[in-house]
Design a protein around this ligand. Structure first.
Ligand code: FAD
Length: 265
């Protein structure tokens, strides 16, 4: 057994202060990953700083061509939000496909992005849309944020406050879910915007979410599923586990990418 102190700060400043004095403090989002990890004694923080009660933390708004989602917004809220559905329908669809209703009613976008599970859905949207991760101290471009499996550019005790998504002309997400957990065996987010196409793949890479350059080039010339016919990804660097080989995942990326483009157009 170990003791953990629970904090419910009313502001980001209070959360930062609580983390600063904690011996081994952790930010608590929806607890869908952190609490099971604690139950298994894989983590034993001295302090849990629950950012869920901070005013404005779950706000969702659009301004200047950007959709901003507060880090505390739960997956179910993003899926149901008319603001998200109007601005980037693919993002609402992605949120509605995460896990099961219990996970969606507690899990938050900030927790998912901070955790950077290699099979999580949101990292594909953040990278595929070229979003910006806003924290209590700075703004981090998606291309600089994801640094590898379960690793991000976040500093110790840095708190994600929101994610800013530029609104694309069109976007689509498709995933081939693990039938048990619903995590992505492979998930592909495609976006078409002013500066060309972006393609982000989750569930497949050994280093977590990544951009598929060859697919981006093909789609920037012609944003259609058919333009992906000649593209394929190397199995080198793909994950291999009891659910599928690296070759299987590489093939699946092509299949799922075409479905994502079809859903976008
Ligand atoms: C059965 C099951 C099925 C699932 N299926 C899927 C799925 O299909 N797709 C998918 O993408 N995910 C899935 N998940 C994961 C789910 O989406 C979680 O919600 C997510 O991984 C973590 O979000 P959370 O808000 O619960 O974070 P928490 O568990 O509270 O925290 C996770 C980590 O993020 C940190 N953190 C939390 N919030 C912040 C913040 N604002 N700033 C900085 N750090 C923060 C915590 O300190 C911790 O290290 C599943 C989970 C379960 C239990």
């Amino acid at each position: 057994m170990y003791q953990t102190k629970y904090h419910k700060p009313a502001s980001i400043d209070d959360a930062v202060a609580a983390l600063a004095v904690a011996e081994d403090g952790k930010v608590l989002g929806g607890g869908q990953t952190l609490l099971p990890t604690m139950k298994q004694h894989l983590a034993s923080p001295t302090d849990l700083v629950d950012v869920g009660g901070i005013s404005g933390m779950a706000d969702i708004s659009v301004s200047d061509g950007c959709l901003t989602i507060g880090a505390g917004a739960r997956h179910a809220d993003v899926a149901a939000s008319s603001v998200v559905r109007d601005a980037i329908p693919a993002l609402a669809c992605l949120a509605g496909g995460i896990g099961d209703p219990a996970v969606r009613s507690m899990g938050t976008i900030g927790g998912s992005v901070a955790n950077n599970d290699p099979a999580a859905d949101y990292p594909a949207a953040v990278l595929g849309l070229g979003a910006t991760v806003v924290t209590n101290t700075r703004e981090i471009a998606a291309d600089d944020f994801f640094e590898g499996m379960f690793t991000t550019a976040l500093e110790e005790d840095e708190i994600i406050t929101a994610i800013k998504f530029p609104i694309p002309s069109s976007a689509g997400y498709s995933k081939f879910p693990n039938p048990a957990s619903r995590y992505a065996m492979v998930g592909v987010f495609v976006a078409n915007g002013g500066s060309g196409a972006r393609v982000a793949v989750t569930g497949a890479g050994q280093d977590g979410v990544f951009r598929a350059d060859s697919m981006e080039s093909a789609l920037s010339s012609n944003f259609s599923a058919g333009s992906l016919d000649g593209t394929s990804l190397d199995a080198d660097g793909m994950m291999a586990d009891i659910h599928g080989t690296a070759e299987y995942r590489a093939h699946l990326v092509s299949v799922v990418a075409k479905r994502a483009v079809t859903s976008a157009v």
